[in-house]
Design a protein around this ligand. Structure first.
Ligand SMILES: Nc1ncnc2c1ncn2[C@@H]1O[C@H](COP(=O)(O)OP(=O)(O)OP(=O)(O)O)[C@@H](O)[C@H]1O
Ligand SMILES: [Mg+2]
Length: 591
């Protein structure tokens, strides 16, 4: 169905689309535009005063009468003062408008990144996302601060000036149009050609950021394999490609804009020539010719600026496109309307199939029922689909076929937040934020008391090692803090899950990497945590799951066996062969 809905490409330039964020501040926008119009009006009046003064002087000198220039001078000075005053008021209003707008864009990106489905995060790397939320925002900021009002000022001044020149003498008006027209046309053509080039430059910049980001995150692997030189070489190659494309783009612009400006530069000598002959023929006064020249000088100055800021606009335009791609990304789950009531915990998979990529199913027709409060052990070889299966329960992904029911309700009907709050997950890899141990434990419920945090740490068998640290619960962990072992991280993740008091618990393959003492502790904590909740426990060691109420055996995405430990032993099938393999490898733990 979705493929039938072919979306029309949006032809509005991205910069214009993103500028709609400015409309959140209509009052400030209106005030800025009014003050800007005021400035343009003053710019239009000043040449009129100069021209009228020259006309007055000429008439006075012809009829030998003294000329009173005082009113003209006073008016000129007053207007210049008003212009200064308006400029002083406009600056802070504009700055506030732009910084508020940029904050909104940043928030929109951040919101989007938080809400996007796992499918999106699977295909986009984090360096690219970081680049879009920082560098691209800076390019937009450069445009908004330096060019937004200037662009409107130039557009307004160009139109007003042309109209005034037409009013003074139509022939001079046409001369202006015939020189300004081709100039603007050429600049638009050059800019269009630049748009894809800038996009490619920004993409290369994103790739460069990804290399840096991966190098920082994977610094240990790089060093362990002594690949520093190879990494530096890889970065250099990427940097050279980026530099090459950047220079090509900038030089393309730099070599063509002067030509466009030259075409408009012809307007002043042409008007002096044509206008001068009209003055001699008494069709135009000297003062009026002076007005036209002053108008032309004003736009010439602005056309000169176009060359500099079109680059900024192009840059900001392609950055806006990259920002809007995130904000409007459709890869997100459709939230259900129903606020999830307190879950009892019966979980049913009905013919569930799922694939990360269309052609390759990771799960195929999975059907089973987990009764409320039971512990479900999931076993299978690496890559069998265990993590994939449990990832469907909190709706990290939706099935391609079939449905998952919790207490008889299709989970897609539930409001995600109210549903996920009742699920506790201990991931295969524990991620800790740069925060204190206490803050990491209370991440899901930041408002709990310290006593609660202590109680959960004790239940998770984590208190011993926490108190062994110099700052106890206030120890900073995560990327910038103390490094914890795999088992310690896992204990914190269990404490974090305890605190959420979830109705459904998912425990993904944790104890494989820890020593047997820590494993015993974690197993004890897990058994306590599982009590009274529907729990899905994935483990590579059968000893961890054989006490489960019900077992699922996965093989290449298919549920090949299910039942209790005893039932599966009797079947003498896949489970038994895995069991036998492991019994041979390790002595079973006393349960
Ligand atoms: N984000 C992803 N994008 C694409 N393919 C994926 C993704 N995650 C997993 N897969 C693929 O799906 C299949 C099942 O992976 P899954 O992680 O569920 O296995 P597993 O049983 O949990 O393995 P392990 O015991 O090693 O953790 C694998 O072939 C894997 O390559
Ligand atoms: Mg896994």
């Amino acid at each position: 169905m979705e493929s039938e809905l072919i979306e029309k490409p949006n032809r509005t330039p991205p910069l214009l689309r993103i500028s709609r964020f400015l409309l959140h501040y209509k009052g400030r926008m209106f005030l800025s535009l009014s003050l800007l119009s005021c400035l343009i009006a003053i710019e239009m009046i000043l040449p009129q005063i100069i021209g009228s003064t020259i006309n007055g002087l000429r008439i006075s000198s012809e009829i030998h009468r003294p000329f009173d220039a005082k009113p003209f001078v006073l008016l000129f000075i007053s207007l210049v003062l008003v212009r200064g005053g308006v400029g002083v008021i406009l600056g802070p209003i504009r700055n506030r408008l732009i910084h508020l707008t940029l904050s909104d864009v940043r928030l929109a990106i951040y919101n989007s990144i938080q809400r996007l489905a796992f499918r999106y995060h699977d295909k986009v790397n984090s360096g690219e996302l970081i680049n879009r939320s920082t560098t691209d925002i800076s390019r937009l900021q450069e445009f908004l601060l330096a060019c937004l009002l200037l662009t409107l000022d130039i557009a307004g001044s160009l139109v007003a000036t042309t109209v005034f020149i037409f009013l003074i003498h139509p022939a001079l008006g046409w001369l202006t149009v015939f020189t300004a027209g081709p100039t603007i046309f050429l600049i638009v053509i050059y800019s269009r050609k630049l748009q894809p080039q800038w996009k490619s430059v920004h993409h290369l910049h994103g790739t460069m950021t990804t290399i840096i980001q991966e190098n920082i995150a994977g610094v240990r692997v790089v060093k362990a394999f002594a690949r520093e030189d190879a990494q530096i070489e890889k970065f250099k190659t990427q940097r050279d490609t980026y530099l090459h494309d950047l220079l090509k783009t900038v030089n393309y612009w730099a070599s063509r804009v002067p030509f466009a400006q030259f075409v408009f530069g012809l307007s002043t000598p042409l008007i002096l020539w044509v206008g001068g002959s009209k003055v001699i023929d008494h069709q135009l006064s000297v003062g009026d010719l002076a007005k036209v020249i002053f108008y032309l000088m004003a736009i010439n100055h602005r056309v000169g600026m176009i060359g500099q800021f079109t680059n900024i606009i192009q840059n900001a335009n392609s950055s806006s496109e990259r920002i809007l791609e995130i904000i409007h990304e459709k890869e997100r789950l459709i939230d259900g309307q129903k606020i999830a009531p307190e879950i009892k915990g019966e979980v049913q998979f009905c013919q569930v199939s799922f694939g990360y990529k269309e052609a390759l199913p990771a799960l195929n027709g999975i059907t089973f029922t987990a009764t409320a409060g039971s512990t479900i052990g999931i076993v299978g070889a690496t890559g069998a689909g265990k993590t994939t299966l449990v990832n469907l329960i909190p709706r990290f992904y939706d099935p391609i076929q079939g449905k998952i029911l919790v207490d008889g309700v299709d989970i897609r009907e539930f409001n995600l937040e109210s549903y996920r709050q009742q699920i506790g997950i201990i991931f295969q890899e524990t991620f800790l934020f740069t925060a204190t141990i206490a803050e990491n434990i209370s991440y899901g419920r930041p408002d709990v008391t310290f006593e609660e945090i202590q109680r959960c740490s004790r239940a998770a068998q984590a208190e011993e090692f926490i108190l062994g640290m110099e700052k106890g619960y206030n120890t900073l962990v995560g990327e910038r803090g103390v490094s914890l072992s795999g088992g310690q991280k896992q204990s914190l993740a269990i404490a974090r899950a305890f605190l959420m008091n979830p109705r459904i618990l998912i425990f993904d393959d944790a104890t494989a990497s820890v020593d047997s003492h820590t494993e015993q502790l974690i197993r004890k904590a897990m058994q306590d945590l599982c009590k009274g909740r529907t729990s899905f426990v994935i483990a590579h060691r059968l000893s961890t799951v054989q006490s489960a109420d019900y077992l699922l055996v996965l093989e290449e995405g298919r549920l090949v066996e299910q039942g209790t430990h005893e039932e599966l032993l009797k079947k003498n099938g896949h489970y038994v062969s895995i069991f036998n393999q492991q019994i041979r490898k390790e002595p079973a733990f006393p349960s």
